[in-house]
Design a protein around this ligand. Structure first.
Ligand SMILES: C[S@@+](CC[C@H](N)C(=O)[O-])C[C@H]1O[C@@H](n2cnc3c(N)ncnc32)[C@H](O)[C@@H]1O
Length: 261
């Protein structure tokens, strides 16, 4: 049957029938396995297709509530430390969480939070994620001219950090410093949700999410989950002589859990 499935690629209907029959066989086999072992096993949970998945062609405002639903119990104290325009929260019912929004725009640096050690259940971090926002002068920031709204959403219109590093290394360094502060304010087993995007900088590929996972694990976090958000619209056209790298049309929500050091 499988051979016919593989060769008969045009017959989608037939393939679906094969899949149904295979899943029936699988469930029958697992039932038989239970009988063979002779042990009675009670399976918990309800069979459902209504699951939260690791990747969505969607927008942050749709995916963020799913991240919360899976990882942050209702009633938790959540500090969104780069709250910006609050887009993440537009589809989260107000009474589900005890939300503490802050941003550099309202005077709170996410690397120096006004919370006592171990007092927060969840920290949300979504700083400017591309090196274009970490320039020394405001006039060199990404998002000039017709891209002003992009700039005002993703930054406060000023360079994000005055650190000694340049370009992409400065982006990572910012995330690392914000991670240390998140670790301090989180309770043990607290959840740290980090939004990021990989970037090509100086014609070099930087897999930011991989770098951050390494850095945060060494700070004492466990990488509990990873979500991919794929944008449905096309990224804007830009002038390229020869394309060297795939244009990014996806970003991540990384979910970390604070372990005791
Ligand atoms: C990508 S936007 C966040 C968007 C936000 N998640 C939302 O849903 O609207 C980045 C935000 O980080 C803020 N930011 C930049 N540097 C910061 C800092 N040192 N501390 C706190 N917030 C900062 C910017 O002002 C901007 O609002």
């Amino acid at each position: 049957m499988w051979k016919k499935c593989q060769t008969d690629t045009l017959s989608l209907k037939y393939a679906k029938k094969c899949m149904t029959e295979v899943s029936v066989i699988n469930s029958r086999e697992s039932a038989e396995e239970k009988t063979r072992s002779g042990k009675k096993r009670t399976r918990n949970g309800v069979t459902t297709t209504d699951l939260i998945f690791s990747a969505y062609v969607s927008i942050n405002a749709e995916v963020f509530p799913k991240v919360l639903a899976l990882h942050v119990p209702k009633g938790s104290k959540v500090a969104d430390v780069t709250f910006g325009k609050g887009i993440f929260w537009t589809k989260v019912p107000k009474d589900h969480y005890d939300l503490f929004p802050s941003d550099i725009k309202s005077g709170t640096d996410c690397r120096n939070l006004p919370y006592v050690d171990g007092s927060i259940d969840c920290v949300v971090l979504d700083p400017p994620y591309m090196e274009g926002f970490y320039r020394r002068k405001g006039t060199e920031l990404a998002g000039s001219g017709t891209h002003q709204s992009f700039r005002s959403t993703y930054s406060n219109g000023e360079h994000t950090s005055t650190g000694p590093l340049k370009y992409h290394r400065q982006v990572v360094s910012f995330y690392v410093d914000a991670g240390k502060e998140a670790y301090r304010v989180l309770k043990t087993d607290g959840i740290f949700i980090v939004k990021c995007q990989d970037e090509v900088s100086s014609n070099t590929q930087n897999l930011t999410h991989v770098e951050l996972i390494g850095k945060y694990e060494s700070q004492g976090f466990y990488t509990k989950d990873l979500f991919v958000v794929v944008r449905s619209n096309k990224p804007s056209i830009s002038r390229v002589i020869k394309q060297e790298h795939a244009r990014k049309n996806h970003s991540y929500f990384l979910v970390f859990k604070k372990k005791e050091r």
